[in-house]
Structure formats: C-alpha cells, structure tokens
Write a protein that binds this ligand. Structure first.
Ligand code: ZN
Length: 431
C-alpha cells in the first residue's frame, strides 16, 4: 500500500515532493536501488525430485485403539499413568518379580515395554491360577506388541494389521470463500490445506479465488478391520480458478504432476502467505483491481493479522534484511540470476542478510512498519530487475516426470482423470 501513502504525506513532504520529486519518488518506489549490485549473486539450483517443505500440516491418523476389542478377548485393561513402569504394573496385577524379569527378557521387541508412555494402554490376560498368559501393547493403529507365555518363558512378536485404503470423492463450488466451500464439501481442515498446497504454485489462494471457482478431488480413506482410522493422501484433484483448469495427479513417488507429467512443484509459490490467514477473501473493495487504478503499483498487498508468517516464495539468498522508515522491516531475496522477491512492512524479520532460504521458509511476520495505512504484506516480484505481477508472470517451466516413469505415470493419470470425471457426473446428477 505504498502507493496510497503519497496522498497522506504531511504538507512539508508534498513541498519537497514538488521540489525534488524525482528523488523522493525514487526513494518511495525504488526502495531497493541496491538491486543492481546484488544481481551477480550466483545461480541457485533447485534439486529435481527434492521435497521442498511447505508450512502445511500433514494429517496423521488418530490413535483410535479400541479398549472394547481387547476386553472382549478377556484382557484386563491397564491405563498407564505417570511414573508407571513394567515392574509397577506387574506388581499391581499380582505378578511375581520373576514374571516381570521374564517379560523384560522376552526378546528384542519386548524392550518397547521399557518405554511405555502415560496415557497408553497395556492389556493383560491372566488365567484362573492368577498367572499372566499374554500381554498386548498397541504401538499404533496397525502394530501391536504381543508377548505370550510359552512353556516357562515368554516370547514376543509384533502383530501387524492390514490397512485398507478406499477412495472417496469431494466436490465444491466456491460461494463465499474457499475455506467455507471445503467445509461444505465435508473436507477436514488439513484436507483443505493440502488441496491448497497442491495448487499453491499455480493459484494465489489468498487473493485470486472467485465465486464460481470449483474443485473436484479423490482422496484416500484408511480402514483397519473395517473401521475408519483416518485419511490418506489426495490422489487426484482438479481446481478451476477464474476459468483456468488445473489438474494434479499423485504419482507413486509421492509428488503431484499435471496429467501430461509436469511437476506441480515450481520454483515460485504464487503467494508468499498462507491463504487461511488472509482476511476477507471476498471483500468487494479488494475484489476490483484497486491496485490497477492507483498507479504505479509495483506489488501485491495481502491484508492479514499482524504476526502472520510470511514465506520465501522460492529458494534463494537473502540480499537485504533491514529497517527503514519507508519500507519498515523488509527482506529482499535473490533467486538465481534473474529473479528477485521483496517483502515489506514486517513487524519482525526472521532471516539475516546473506542467509540461504528455502521455498516456504518463514522469513518474517506481517506487520505495519514503515509508511503504511494499515497492517499488510507488500510483495514485489522482479524479473531481470523489472517489476512483474507475481500472479500472472511466466515462470520457469517445472521439471517433467522422469522419462523412465512417464508411461507408467500416464496410465495412472488416465485412470485418475476418468475417476474424477465420473465423480463430476455423479455429483451433477445428484443436484
Ligand atoms: Zn502495496
């Protein structure tokens, strides 16, 4: 919102502006005249196939271990409390120290019992003579430590349950916001974030989502013994943003590709801020290109609460991390030889000059320092020293899938695309 500040400058400044306008305008609009000097920073290479982390919560299946199942098999449930040890548990259930000793020495797996955690459950099967017959200690939804009496000793093993995966579909059309549409489609918070994460290199979810945009996706549901234990990955998804269709298919390497086999992952994120923080996605005032009316505007403004984390749009080197009265706390990043990104008005900076940063890394926190009318992130994107619109600028093409994998991928993509299409037809018929 630097563009708004000229009007609000005090009288004295307006006079100076008249007298030595060029100089002041340079200071306001070209706050980074050191850019030239920093262009000889050496090229940064993205490592193909490397996972660049995004600040995206990954869903972990919840530990839904069912006491009732064990109790039905005549197991006694012992809830592990703070300070409980195997010895304490055994003595509580009237087992001899010898039994405890034998349990502890029941093989490699039994050592897990030395690290039992408060809140966990240990299940004990004790015969009519009061002797321990077996012990079960669930380690996860799918793995359970089993210790069974055998002659006068105990033997341990790990029981592994099969996780069954089934596909489910969701579809939504945006009316008020992407978040609301996701919730209405039955998605969890983390699924909504994952979906935005998959398309975060193509779509600015913070500002470019419009009513009428839509999504359609297939995702995994995980079951053990017929019981739902959690969600798996998004397998394929389509997002239509202002008429542009984006499609992503997950491959066996865990990455997402377009149906033609180009990586969804690119060298720059469309928005350096997580959409869920950006207020009023559909504020009509910001709906219309306010920025285009007030010229010249050299960046994109994201309005969000003070303290919202701001991410590096791409891998690069911090060439400036400083404070001045116009830009407030600001950070500039050089990406290879041609690209530079600038982030202004932080309340606090999180990186130092000379530091190398990765895409998605937090570099500062949104604020209202410098010449601003309110808290926001002012974001600029420069190509060969020229300001460009980060939402529409042509970016380097993403890496295609490995040649050796391409045929296999295309088969998967074909199948996924028809599943998505099929779901669309079904949902349409239901309306
Ligand atoms: Zn601005």
């Amino acid at each position: 919102m630097i563009h708004n500040t000229i009007k609000h400058l005090p009288k004295l400044h307006q006079i100076i502006l008249g007298v030595s306008g060029v100089l002041l305008i340079l200071m306001i609009f070209w706050p980074s005249d050191e850019a030239e000097a920093s262009r000889q920073v050496r090229a940064i290479e993205l490592i193909p196939g490397m996972q660049y982390e995004l600040p995206m919560p990954v869903f972990e299946p919840s530990a839904a271990i069912d006491d009732a199942v064990f109790e039905a098999e005549n197991y006694i449930t012992h809830k592990v409390s703070r300070g409980d040890t195997l010895a304490k548990i055994m003595s509580k259930h009237k087992q001899s120290p010898q039994t405890t000793y034998k349990l502890d020495n029941a093989g490699e797996y039994a050592r897990t019992l030395r690290r039992i955690r408060p809140g966990d459950s240990v299940y004990l099967q004790i015969n009519e003579a009061g002797q321990l017959v077996s012990l079960k200690y669930p380690l996860s939804n799918t793995e359970t430590l089993m210790i069974k009496a055998q002659d006068t000793d105990f033997v341990s093993s790990i029981e592994t349950k099969q996780v069954e995966t089934s596909l489910n579909f969701a579809q939504g059309t945006i009316q008020s916001s992407f978040w609301n549409a996701g919730i209405a489609a039955g998605l969890t918070d983390s699924k909504i974030m994952q979906l935005a994460g998959i398309f975060g290199w193509d779509i600015d979810f913070a500002q470019e989502i419009r009513p009428g945009d839509s999504f359609n996706m297939a995702f995994e549901e995980l079951y053990v013994d017929g019981e739902f234990i959690g969600y798996g990955d998004i397998v394929s998804a389509e997002f239509i943003n202002q008429g542009d269709v984006f499609t992503a298919i997950k491959y066996t390497d865990g990455n997402y590709y377009t149906p033609e086999g180009r990586s969804m992952r690119k060298s720059f994120l469309r928005a350096p801020i997580n959409f869920s923080h950006v207020s009023s996605n559909f504020n009509p005032k910001r709906f219309h290109p306010v920025q285009k009316r007030i010229k010249p505007h050299r960046g994109v403004d994201y309005v969000a609460p003070v303290g919202t984390p701001v991410m590096a749009a791409g891998n690069g080197k911090v060439i400036r991390s400083a404070y001045d009265r116009f830009n407030g706390h600001h950070v500039f990043i050089q990406h290879g030889e041609r690209y530079q990104t600038k982030y202004l008005h932080f309340t606090r900076r999180a990186v130092k000059e000379g530091e190398w940063v990765k895409q998605g890394q937090v570099i500062g926190y949104l604020g209202s320092t410098g010449m601003v009318t309110g808290a926001h992130l002012h974001y600029e994107f420069l190509v060969d020293g020229v300001h460009r619109n980060p939402r529409t600028v042509e970016l380097p093409k993403a890496d295609p899938i490995d040649k050796k994998e391409k045929d296999k991928f295309l088969l998967i993509a074909d199948k996924q695309m028809s599943l998505l299409e099929n779901n669309k037809r079904i949902m349409l018929a239901m309306q």
